[in-house]
Design a protein around this ligand. Structure first.
Ligand code: SF4
Length: 438
């Protein structure tokens, strides 16, 4: 474990989580088994000697992340050649998987969608010449170290490069080689100073790495100082902890967040099998603390690139009251090309969902443009033809409809004319289109 990670855990050890009160009603009662008992099977097969109390201690999970190929071979069958390949990949792109997330993998399935997100692939190297290190141009928009200011009313704080898990499709994969850092007090002070001086900033996004790797005490220090800045209206936290280590979302964290609302949390479920009872309970704790939870998934080849996979994921999210917010086209990051899909795949998925299920379950499919161009939503084209007064539209069943497009009302030249001061009740009312005035 790197020194920064140790510091992070040491600072947490003075703030041991309160004991979890017995749940009044288990969320797991509401979840379908998906797939049947695989999760429990894998956990007890490999971690059966770990008592529940230890297993559910997020600091134990964090300390016992699987980072070496030798460890991995104890859980997942790997040929000598595969082991050699993984050693090569991890020299450039390290591996880090929590025991909890590892327990979601079916070790006997090389194409398991959970495995593909966590376990390196040789294609990270063989296709490594494609893509770029910083596809979103975050370096160009960094105005003080750790603070990205791209849009007028919001800023992004990159607090650390440490994560509970290293996701193979990560946009900030370039940071993995920097060995684990946390912003210093002086850097944090400079970031807060910048926000104080920029009155247009009403939305602050706390991100990383994963900011929940920091202790609750450390986070509270930052969040309380952001809250002192009067023009900041909302705080958003970007974290994958509800997915990869949901035990981190404990009562101590939730009570702290409840004090500084409105705080929104964006997380990152990519597959329905990640929606475990533990993940559902973590999201429920956040919601009960007044923290709305949105999901930003990434479209990934062989993981969730079908209508069926996305529909199951989004239905599962709605059942735990998490809003499917964005579906991202996988960024053009070096070392992720094997997981990227053609843009048409995403559009087809949205087309296969829209109308076939509730609009609440349909995320917005977006491309985050290179060089800081921002997010562009992509939709199937439902307009078949358009004239001045009419649109020809198709619906989700491919039925064609004609829709009369209202002509814009002519604007009155001045408010005084509408008030008719000259004694005529109607003289100055807009005259076009006459039909609309009855
Ligand atoms: S948790 Fe987020 S920042 Fe960390 S590796 Fe995964 S995708 Fe990247």
């Amino acid at each position: 474990m790197h020194e920064s990670e140790k510091r992070c855990l040491e600072s947490c050890s003075n703030n041991d989580p309160e004991e979890e009160p017995p749940s009044k009603r288990s969320i797991s009662d509401d979840l379908e088994e998906e797939p049947p008992s695989k999760i429990a099977t894998t956990r007890y097969r490999f971690f059966g000697d770990i008592p529940d109390g230890v297993w559910n201690d997020w600091k134990w999970q964090f300390r016992n992340k699987i980072t070496r190929v030798e460890q991995l071979t104890q859980f997942i069958p790997l040929s000598t050649e595969e082991q050699a390949q993984l050693r090569l990949v991890t020299m450039r792109y390290p591996m880090s998987v929590t025991p909890y997330y590892l327990s979601l993998i079916n070790p006997d399935d090389p194409d398991d969608p959970i495995r593909k997100q966590a376990i390196p692939s040789i294609m990270e190297m063989t296709m490594g010449s494609m893509g770029v290190e910083d596809p979103l141009g975050e370096r160009e928009d960094t105005v003080v170290p750790g603070l990205v200011h791209r849009y007028p009313d919001r800023v992004l704080l990159v607090l650390t490069d440490i994560c509970a898990m290293l996701c193979r499709h990560c946009t900030r994969k370039r940071e993995w080689r920097n060995g684990g850092w946390v912003r210093s007090p002086a850097e944090v002070a400079a970031m807060l100073d910048y926000i104080s001086q920029h009155k247009a900033v009403r939305d602050v996004i706390i991100s990383g790495g994963d900011p929940l790797t920091l202790s609750t005490h450390h986070l509270e220090d930052l969040i309380s100082r952001i809250r002192e800045i009067k023009h900041v209206e909302i705080i958003r936290i970007g974290t994958r902890f509800p997915v990869v280590l949901p035990q981190r979302i404990d009562n101590e964290l939730c009570s702290m967040l409840a004090k500084y609302g409105p705080i929104w949390l964006n997380t990152h479920f990519n597959h329905v099998r990640e929606i475990t009872p533990e993940a559902a309970e973590a999201c429920d704790r956040l919601l009960r603390s007044g923290v709305p939870v949105n999901n930003q998934s990434v479209l990934l080849r062989g993981i969730n690139d079908s209508v069926e996979a996305q529909t199951k994921l989004c239905h599962g999210l709605l059942k735990i009251k998490v809003r499917p917010y964005y579906l991202f086209q996988c960024d053009e990051v070096q070392g992720t090309e094997h997981l990227r899909t053609p843009v048409e795949v995403g559009i087809k998925i949205i087309e296969g969902m829209r109308g076939h299920t509730s609009g609440l379950a349909v995320p917005t499919f977006v491309i985050d443009l290179p060089h800081g161009g921002g997010k562009v939503p992509l939709q199937p084209n439902y307009i078949l033809a358009q004239t001045e007064g009419e649109l020809v539209l198709r619906n989700y069943e491919e039925r064609v409809f004609h829709y009369r497009n209202p002509t814009p009302l002519a604007r009155p030249e001045s408010p005084a004319e509408v008030l008719c001061p000259a004694g005529s009740a109607t003289a100055s009312l807009p005259r076009e289109p006459a039909a609309n005035l009855g």
